[in-house]
Design a protein around this ligand. Sequence first.
Ligand SMILES: Cc1ncc(COP(=O)(O)O)c(C=O)c1O
Length: 434
Amino acid sequence: MNDTKSKELYDKASSMVPGGIHSNSRHRNPHPLYYKKGEGAYVWDVDNNRYLDTIMGNGAVIFGHNDKEFNERMQIYMNSGIVTGLETELSIKAAEKFLSIVKTAEQVRYTNTGTEASMHAMLISRTYTGKQDIAVIEGAYNGWHDAVYVSTWPDLTKAGDHSAPNSLPGSAGLNESMVKSTLVLPFNDLEAAERLLTENQHRIAALILEPVMIDIGYIPAKKAYLEGLRSLCDKLNIVLVFDELLTGFRTAPGGAQEYFGVTPDLAMFGKAISNGYVLAALAGKAKIFETVTPGKGPCSFIGTYNGHQVSLAASLAFMELFEERRVHETLQKRTTHLIDEFGALAKKHGVPAKMQGAGGHFHWYFTDKEINNYREAAASNKDYYAQFIQAFAAKGVYCSPNYLLHHAISMAHTDDIIETMLTYMDESLGSIKL
Ligand SMILES: Cc1ncc(COP(=O)(O)O)c(C=O)c1O
């Protein structure tokens, strides 16, 4: 593969931009690739190599790159001349549409990134309960701030006992006492959650979790687990926060809360909410939002770019087209087909592997065991994944080298492209040395 121009750009960039990248997640050896164009399911790098994109901005670009109808619809809502700093009718129209799709939420506030939405959720939860600390799930990523960037993809040699995991920093530079104060629970283990939350009920303000752990592939919660957490949080005066950054508009149109029939107190949305534009939302119960309602509550919720008009134009256009094009049904059908066929192919090649996913998100795990939590996912076969993904990438597919990161398709991944992906999977599975 010719990567001369990417190398040149990297050499130029690395003295100005640390590592030549603006998010460490884009790091790649020996240097990052730089892209110049996206169209449908494909992206092109600056050396004109074409890739079939199976990451799609971590699932954000749900219609596909450069979708003409979406671009045009978005323009209609961008006609006020106002960019940011003021409320407009669009701000209200977008909120109304959002609440008509996410029916379990009573109110919504817009912000920019998922990290900000989770920071707001923590401030609100502390204000609402009068308590200070946060509980998270082992292995989860809910943003990069001190209270929640804890035991995210932790090193299992340091993680301690499964039923009472240690609180490990997800990065250097986090506030040590906040990291230590964060309580870590194993996923899908109600008994451990009940014990740990009850023991720490005097200090835990919020429990934040992804109802399907997509940031470590694709691990759904058991319904009874979520129901159990719901009643525990009610009993112990803990705000239950769902991180729906990845499940929103994908697991079901109204998110995992609609799919499982379990309503959180607050939920964060982002990514697919605006087809890749910068927008996140915090949605939930009106009584909890009273904490930030001027005249009613003392909690701050501010931001120059909150409710940014370009992102809201994108979001309203996205939500309208999402319904008109029956996006969820189509993505669900294609994902199920990929999963079923992959299962048959793995069997044909005698490879212990399975694909898990829904609504366009998916991941391959190289194991024949059931996966219920981070530790079980981390125990899947890294080497088989590396062999598979190397062969898959060599066919011109943009995919994740990390054996625990998720993948996504968009509406632009047509039935023909899905069949192409299956052919690549067949050949890549066949190339694994067991
Ligand atoms: C589940 C989940 N929560 C929170 C975040 C943080 O969102 P952002 O990158 O917009 O800050 C992400 C981002 O990858 C995520 O996947």
